[in-house]
Ligand binder design. Structure first.
Ligand code: AP5
Ligand code: MG
Length: 221
C-alpha cells in the first residue's frame, strides 16, 4: 500500500506510523526524521534544513522533494510506503503525483489524524525523542520510557526537540493550517481521504486506523 499520513504537529503521526508500517509491512518514511538524521550527521542538507525547522517553517521544496523522492526510490519502498510529514503543501503533493504516475502506481489512501489543538499542545509539551533516532518517541506522562531519559528501543539519550518550544509550536500550527491543510482538499477531490479521531489510547487509534484503511481498500476493490 502507498499511504500518506497527515495531521497537525503532535497529532501522533510518528507514533502511529511505527505501528501501521509494521502491521502493513511497508517502510515508514518521515521527512522530519530524515532532516533530523541529516542534522545530527552534520550533512550539507541538514545545515540547510536546520534554520527553517528551528523557526517552524517548511524547508524549501527544492531540498525536500529531492530528499523524499530519493528515499521513496530505495529498494524497500518499491512495493509501498507510509509517508509521514510529506507532502506538506500542494506543490509537494503535485510532485508526488507526478512521480507515482511516472511509475504507473498510485496512492491508496490519505489518513487524516484529527486532534483538538489543546491536546496537541499537551502532547508536544511532554514529548521526548531519542538522540539516535527521532522515530523513537515517548511522552513524559502518556508513554514514559521505562528508565527516565533513556530510550527503551536502543538505550539512546532522550531529549526535547529543538522545535518543540512554545513559540515554534505556534508557528508550526499556523504553517499547518495555511500550507498543509489544503492538501486534504486536494486529495479529497481524488477520493483518497479517510479521517479518524486520533484521541484515546495509542493502540485504539492504531486499531481505528487499520479499520479505516481496510474499509477504504475494500471500497476501491
Ligand atoms: P515533523 O518532524 O514532521 O514534525 P510535525 O509534522 O510537526 O509532527 P511531529 O513530529 O511534531 O508530531 P507527530 O504527529 O509525529 O506526533 P508524535 O507521534 O511525535 O517536521 C518537523 C519540521 O521538519 C517541520 O516543521 C519542517 O520544518 C520540516 N519538514 C518536515 N517535513 C517537511 C516537508 N515535507 N516539507 C518541508 N519541511 C518539512 O506524538 C507527539 C507526542 O504525543 C509524543 O510524545 C507521543 O508519545 C504522544 N502521543 C502520540 N499518540 C498519543 C496518544 N494517542 N495519546 C497520548 N499521547 C500520544
Ligand atoms: Mg513526527
Amino acid at each position: 500500500m502507498r499511504i500518506v499520513l497527515v495531521g497537525p504537529p503532535g497529532a501522533g503521526k510518528g507514533t502511529q506510523a511505527a505501528f501501521l508500517a509494521k502491521n502493513l509491512s511497508i517502510p515508514h518514511i518521515s521527512t522530519g526524521d530524515l532532516f533530523r538524521a541529516n542534522i545530527s550527521q552534520g550533512t550539507e542538507l541538514g545545515k540547510q534544513a536546520k534554520a527553517y525547522m528551528d523557526a517552524g517553517n517548511l524547508v524549501p521544496d527544492e531540498v525536500t522533494i529531492g530528499m523524499a523522492k530519493d528515499r521513496m526510490s530505495q529498494p524497500d519502498a518499491v512495493g509501498g510506503f507510509l509517508l509521514d510529514g510529506f507532502p506538506r503543501n500542494v506543490g509537494q503533493a503535485e510532485a508526488l503525483d507526478e512521480m507515482l504516475k511516472g511509475e504507473g502506481v498510485q496512492l491508496d489512501a490519505v489518513l487524516d489524524l484529527e486532534v483538538p489543538e489543546d491536546e496537541v499542545v499537551k502532547r508536544i509539551a511532554g514529548r521526548r525523542v531519542c538522540r539516535n533516532n527521532s522515530a523513537h518517541v515517548f511522552h513524559v506522562t502518556y508513554s514514559p520510557a521505562k528508565a527516565e531519559g533513556v530510550c527503551d528501543e536502543c538505550g539512546g539519550e532522550l531529549y526535547q526537540r529543538d522545535d518543540d518550544s512554545e513559540e515554534t509550536v505556534r508557528k508550526r500550527l499556523e504553517v499547518y493550517h495555511t500550507q498543509t491543510e489544503p492538501i486534504i482538499d486536494y486529495y479529497r477531490s481524488q477520493g483518497l481521504v479517510v479521517t479518524i479521531s486520533a484521541l484515546g489510547k495509542v493502540t485504539d487509534v492504531t486499531a481505528r486506523a487499520m479499520e479505516a484503511l481496510q474499509v477504504d481498500k475494500a471500497a476501491q476493490a
